[in-house]
Design a protein around this ligand. Structure first.
Ligand code: AMP
Length: 440
């Protein structure tokens, strides 16, 4: 009798491991609810064309591709973003923005099996569609931060960058999209010399090559100082200057939100997937030299799948790697979740404060949606009402000076000024008027 084994790169999860997998999944679901992300389930098998449209050479070359019995070219999903983009371009086309979508499940890549690298692995995935604003970028990093903490990870750090800084130089040096993608792929693998040779042979001026050479050396945990150095290096490349400004704004929001996790700005940081257009980040633990999660902004993907132009930002986390990182670290009990509220800054310039209060309320166990569309207050209230929120938390300068916010009860049509730490007491115990849905 033959003794059957699992296929190379595939694993069984026995009791214990399976339970740990489901625990991480459950934390991820809680975080999704806390940030207002609705769960969707998409197929593991999708058309090869869809999955390879913008995946990048590396991921494309590692897909499990086959013909089904009907002769269709299909593949096992190597990630979730293409499926979500397909949905947003079709079934969810007319649903009000912003759209926050969460998925969890197995994905497949023909990677070389080793510690933390498998051919079947699990991801949790969060996509935020419809906002080009830095608050949206900041949100994906903050929810990642919360997911790591919720799982009980104590030591972890972020690497952050911006594809637009590198791309700005490459575009103004008139390198084609294909060459740009190849350069970023090499940079993703830290093959900087090869990347610079390619830039040179593709026709960049010596100034372009030198700018990139200095750029890839810029990294540091002093966020403002590092971004300032980057901005100085790219001063002659307008698009890169704008990208550096955008990065600075996002990181300032993250810092002002009260996030104390270490951030390393790395100007030579690129990510393997081709569709990124802006802010990118990864999260690491010191004892594992592999990323536990990564994401970024991809403003053109939805169009590519036939949808309306839709700015978007998303992040995927490797559940198996979170489990690995947790081995040997203590887990903490998750915060119980309570009712949901929407936080609205009454003025644009209060968005950092709004982000900070939202984080504070989530720490106290509330489910919090943040207004990230830059809407005026009246529009934001209308939207909150339509989506079935009972309470809106208004962030105003005068109240903040007293450590307070205005809590607006949309059902009773009344409002009270309340200290921030008392908001959960006010909100708890109240019944929601109706179930909120993403579609409303
Ligand atoms: P990516 O979108 O390629 O950055 O993948 C997102 C996350 O999935 C990574 O940060 C890893 O945590 C995880 N991941 C990627 N490839 C693998 C793999 N072969 N095995 C296990 N986890 C992986």
């Amino acid at each position: 009798m033959a003794e059957y084994k699992t296929v190379r790169g595939m694993r069984d999860m026995l009791p214990g491991d399976a339970e740990r997998l489901r625990q991480v999944e459950s934390q991820a679901r809680t975080v999704a609810k806390q940030y207002g992300y609705g769960e969707i389930v998409t197929p593991i098998v999708e058309s090869h064309e869809l999955l390879s449209a913008k995946a990048g050479e590396e991921v494309k070359s590692r897909m499990f591709v086959f013909k089904d019995l009907g002769g269709r070219d299909v593949a096992l999903r190597p990630e979730f973003t293409a499926s979500v983009a397909r949905l947003v371009a079709t079934a969810l086309r007319n649903v009000a923005r912003p759209l926050r979508l969460f998925s969890v499940g197995s994905v497949y890549r023909y990677d070389e099996p080793q510690k933390g690298r498998y051919r079947e692995f699990w991801q949790t995935n969060y996509e935020l569609m419809g906002s080009a604003r830095p608050e949206a970028d900041a949100e994906t990093l903050l929810l990642t931060n919360r997911l790591m903490q919720a799982n009980g990870l104590k030591k972890f750090a972020f690497k952050v960058g911006h594809v637009g800084i590198l791309k700005g130089v490459l575009t103004e040096e008139e390198l084609s999209e294909n060459v740009q993608a190849a350069v970023l792929q090499l940079m993703d693998k830290k093959q900087y010399e090869e990347a610079l040779s390619l830039v040179k042979s593709a026709g960049s001026s010596p100034k372009g090559v030198n700018t990139l050479r200095s750029l890839v050396e810029q990294r540091g945990t002093e966020v403002q100082a590092t971004v300032a150095r980057i901005a100085k290096i790219v001063a002659d490349y307008e698009r890169s200057v704008q990208a550096a400004k955008n990065l600075e704004e996002i990181l300032n929001l993250v810092l002002k939100s009260g996030c104390t996790t270490e951030l390393t700005v790395d100007a030579g940081f690129a990510r393997g997937l081709e569709y990124y257009t802006g802010f990118i980040f990864e999260v690491y633990v010191p004892d594992l030299d592999i990323a536990l999660g990564g994401g970024g902004r991809y403003d053109r993907l939805i169009e590519l799948f036939g949808g309306d132009p839709t700015p978007a930002v998303g992040v995927a986390h490797g559940v198996d790697r979170i489990m690995l990182a947790l081995q040997g670290q203590q887990t903490e009990k998750p915060v119980e979740m309570e009712n949901e509220v929407m936080v609205v800054p009454i003025r644009e310039k209060l968005k950092a404060e709004a982000l900070r209060v939202a984080e504070q309320l989530r720490n106290q166990g509330l489910r919090v949606d943040l207004e990230i569309m830059g809407r005026k207050m009246a529009r934001a209230l209308e939207d909150a009402d339509k989506r079935g929120f009972k309470y809106v938390i208004l962030i105003g300068e005068n109240e903040l000076k007293e450590g307070a916010v205005v809590v607006k009860d949309l059902v009773k049509r009344e409002q009270n000024t309340v200290k921030i730490e008392q908001v959960p007491d006010l909100v708890k115990g109240s019944k929601k008027p109706c179930e909120r849905t993403q579609e409303s």
